[in-house]
Write a protein that binds this ligand. Sequence first.
Ligand code: ATP
Length: 235
Amino acid sequence: MLKINQINVYYGASIHALKEISLEVKQGEIVTMIGANGAGKTSILKSISGLLVPKSGTITFESQNITGIPAKDIVKKGICHVPEGRRIFANMTVLENLELGAFLDSDKAAVKQRMKTVFERFPRLFERKNQSSGTLSGGEQQMLAMGRALMGKPRLLLLDEPSMGLAPILVQEIFNIIKEINDQGTTVLVVEQNAHQALSIAHRAYVLETGRIVLSGTADEVASSEDVKKAYLGG
Ligand code: ATP
């Protein structure tokens, strides 16, 4: 479904953030990328969603070359990015934020149906649908960001640290929801600091270090690597 072939990404002239990165996400998978701070995980997601343009290498989605095309066109192809820090519109209500997620879709009946599905999955958003989004708790804002992405009916969902800053009980809930979204047909690429949880729901995983992929395999293979255990799974 998604293929990244040897991309190199720079910030300015001197920061070489991604070095010859190649990775693949197959239809129906949950793939996770783990790695220390600054390893390049966010930069990979931004390259896929068109927010960063690789200096070399290619990104293809469903066999189409999408390298360097504008972010708004990438969304139209069915890729939705939930950035780190959520980026909801704080002054708008929950409902308005969700509606924005579907603004490209002119099929009002389908949008209404999707809204219903999002509210079923996130009952807490339904209870607060008229509340100003900036007053939601951190976990609720994360749910809203994911709900808004689902309103765009993505085929590939890019999630950047969905569990960041959440209480342990909510972390589990967010991972359960990611699993459910995937079970219902959405392919997921998720970046996580919480390696243990991410590996427990993922099919496959990539480990990044300073802009390079140093290990990849099935989630079980990666989780049983001694280096990964030491560095990311607390021994
Ligand atoms: P984290 O887990 O801390 O979010 P990450 O793995 O997502 O880290 P990136 O945010 O992709 O890492 O950053 C990769 C490298 O690129 C880092 O060295 C970072 O300092 C650098 N970088 C990221 N954004 C910029 C920017 N706007 N300008 C300059 N350097 C940047």
